[in-house]
Design a protein around this ligand. Structure first.
Ligand SMILES: CC(C)(COP(=O)(O)OP(=O)(O)OC[C@H]1O[C@@H](n2cnc3c(N)ncnc32)[C@H](O)[C@@H]1OP(=O)(O)O)[C@@H](O)C(=O)NCCC(=O)NCCS
Length: 317
């Protein structure tokens, strides 16, 4: 079988979405950025910050898609996110020859039919088109995606963190007790900024962003206080289009831990979300090393869906 690397012509877009939807849910293929359902995948690809036909390359065998790699970019951050490589080829030439079931005498697979070689060919094709100024490449894959982990290692991507992905469904939410917390109050801006910086020093969420999402898009920014003192906060949101809610952050002052505030904040946020029309599930992700948070989410009945690993490679220009 010979495999060619080609651009993703718009006429192949639906076939690409179907290919990703078929394989991405499987842990051994899973790439975090794509999403799982055809709708999510279509949306994530349509939201790219640059023209998709420049950003993506397909591996095809005849007319059939057997692999994809795309890269979304943020020019300001100087970062590219690799959507892939997602390939349904065998890992090594020997396996490829074996799976092709050809007679042993003629069993010779050209290197380009293997996962490894095809992934590398896709990566060089995609990387060659990236605009100047991209200084980092990132990957986010299931820990069971051994091919991508080996790819990351081969290309010098250090691992930068492991994450557990959790979700909870409305039936489980309905069984949780009610709890309350206060809505955002500007009086606590200084304290929240200080607490947030201490607990999540590298977070993408700034106080300005959280306030804006709260004021303009109905995100949940909840606090618990003792008199004038802020002791904890919760930030989450509900996306009506997808029917999915997200717990983005929950944090409790270091001196007030293990007194039930984390649970209360989670229950208060979830109590607000569970009435949302069309809610399908509430998601969250958390560092796999965060024992306190893992225990809290397990205890609330969240289901641990996947374990993911993130890689980031610095690019010399
Ligand atoms: C995670 C966090 C919010 C928990 O807050 P908390 O107020 O200490 O938690 P609670 O007192 O409500 O504990 C609720 C349950 O969580 C679990 N838990 C909380 N802290 C724990 C710890 N250090 N070790 C083990 N389990 C823990 C327990 O099951 C606990 O129930 P229990 O006390 O009856 O055993 C808090 O540790 C925190 O702010 N961490 C830093 C920020 C962070 O990592 N947030 C989560 C990622 S967004």
């Amino acid at each position: 079988m010979s495999v060619k690397i080609i651009r993703c012509h718009p006429s192949r877009f639906d076939a690409l979405v179907a290919f990703v939807a078929e394989h991405n849910p499987q842990p051994e293929h899973h790439i975090g950025y794509f999403g799982l359902t055809p709708e999510d995948i279509r949306l994530s690809l349509r939201m790219f910050n640059w023209p998709f036909d420049r950003a993506a390359r397909l591996a095809v065998a005849g007319n059939r898609i057997v692999g994809v790699l795309a890269a979304d970019i943020d020019k300001e951050l100087g970062r590219a996110w690799l959507y892939g490589p997602l390939l349904t080829l065998a890992e090594r030439a020997s396996e490829a020859a074996h799976s092709a079931a050809v007679p042993p005498a003629t069993r010779h697979s050209p290197p380009a039919t293997t996962w490894e070689a095809t992934a590398d060919a896709l990566y060089s094709a995609v990387a060659a088109r990236l605009p100047a100024g991209i200084r980092e490449h990132e990957m986010f894959v299931d820990t069971a995606n051994v091919n991508c982990r080996a790819f990351a290692e081969r290309h010098g991507f250090p691992a930068v963190g492991e994450w557990a992905i959790y979700f909870i469904t409305p039936d489980r939410l309905a069984r949780l007790p009610e709890a309350t917390a206060d809505d955002w109050d500007e009086r606590f801006a200084g304290q929240l900024e200080a607490l947030h910086d201490r607990l999540f020093p590298r977070s993408n969420y700034t106080l300005t962003y959280m306030r804006q999402e709260w004021a303009e898009k109905g995100a949940l920014l909840l606090v618990v206080t003792e008199g004038d003192r802020l002791t904890g906060y919760f930030f989450g949101r509900y996306e009506e289009d997808s029917g999915e809610g997200y717990v983005d952050l929950v944090g409790v002052d270091e001196t007030r831990r293990r007194t039930g505030l984390g649970r209360r904040l989670m229950l208060a946020g979830l109590s607000r979300m569970r009435g949302a029309p069309g809610l399908r599930q509430v998601n969250l992700s958390v560092a796999a090393s965060n024992a306190a948070a893992l225990a809290l989410y397990d205890d609330l009945g969240f289901v641990r869906e996947r374990d993911m690993i993130a890689f980031r490679r610095a690019i010399q220009e």
